[in-house]
Every structure is written in C-alpha cells, then in structure tokens.
Design a protein around this ligand. Structure first.
Ligand code: RB5
Length: 142
C-alpha cells in the first residue's frame, strides 16, 4: 500500500509523526509537503495529494491542516476525490465502509497525536462495503 501525505504548517508536525508511524508499519509514503512550520497555503497540498490519487500514484491520501476543514474542502473540489474529515475512529471506519473515502483529513489542532494515529489505522484497515453505498457515491459524480 502507498499513501500520499500532505499538510500545511498547522499540520506539519503531525505529518512527520504520521510518516514515521506508516513507515514503521511497512507502508510506503509519498510526502507531498510541506516541509517546515513556515506559513503556507493548504490548497497547494490538497491539490498535490488529490493528483496522487487520481493519477494512481498512491492508494490513499492523508491531508492535515489546523482544523482539517480547509484542506478537505480544497481536496473535494477534484472530481473523483472523496476526502473525509474524521475526528474519531467510528467516523474513519464508516467513511471507508459507506463513502469509499480515498483521502482522510485530520485537524492537527483539534485532536491529539495518539487519536490521529488510531483514526489512520482504522481508516486504512477498513474496506468499502459497496452495494447501496456504491450507487450513492456514483450519484455524487453525476
Ligand atoms: C492555518 O492557520 C489554518 O487556517 C489552516 O491550517 C486550517 O485550519 C484551515 O482550514
């Protein structure tokens, strides 16, 4: 499995923790930036990660900003991207099962690092259920 990571300055520190966590699990990481706490614009990183998914360079994306809101709004402007902002593990499980989310968005200033990693693990281990949920996500694209 390959994961594209992206964050603005508000998410940079958590992105580094996430990168280490994924690499320790043997998951390949594509780090699309940012690379410091210097102030940057989150749409740049949302776009880079969205393109990684759409170009099939990565299987899933993880985007992090201060709240997770701006970066998820930006990612969801790309057709075929379903970015879900999750603040607990139930949301992570259900957005994979029901929405086939291909990007997980996190708010680094909203949740702790341990919870963030639990949310990521739940997201990555959960499969899409298909069936009636497939019809619904197909309708999003119409
Ligand atoms: C950056 O200060 C902050 O606005 C950003 O990380 C994010 O929370 C936007 O939605």
């Amino acid at each position: 499995m390959k994961i594209a990571l992206g964050a603005d300055h508000g998410g940079f520190a958590l992105k580094e923790i996430v990168k280490k966590h994924l690499e320790e699990k043997g998951i390949e990481v594509l780090d699309k930036g940012c690379y410091s706490t210097e102030s940057v614009d989150y749409p740049v990183y949302a776009k880079a990660v969205a393109h990684s998914i759409l170009d099939k360079e990565a299987d899933f994306g993880i985007l992090i900003c201060g709240t997770g809101i701006g970066i998820s709004i930006a990612a969801n402007r790309f057709k075929g991207i379903r970015a879900a902002l999750c603040s607990n593990t139930t949301m992570a499980k259900l957005t994979r099962e029901h929405n086939d989310a291909n990007i997980l968005a996190l708010g680094a200033r909203m949740i702790g690092d341990v919870l963030a990693l639990e949310i990521i693990d739940e997201f990555l281990k959960t499969e899409f259920l298909g069936g009636r949920h497939l019809t619904r996500i197909q309708a999003i694209e119409l």
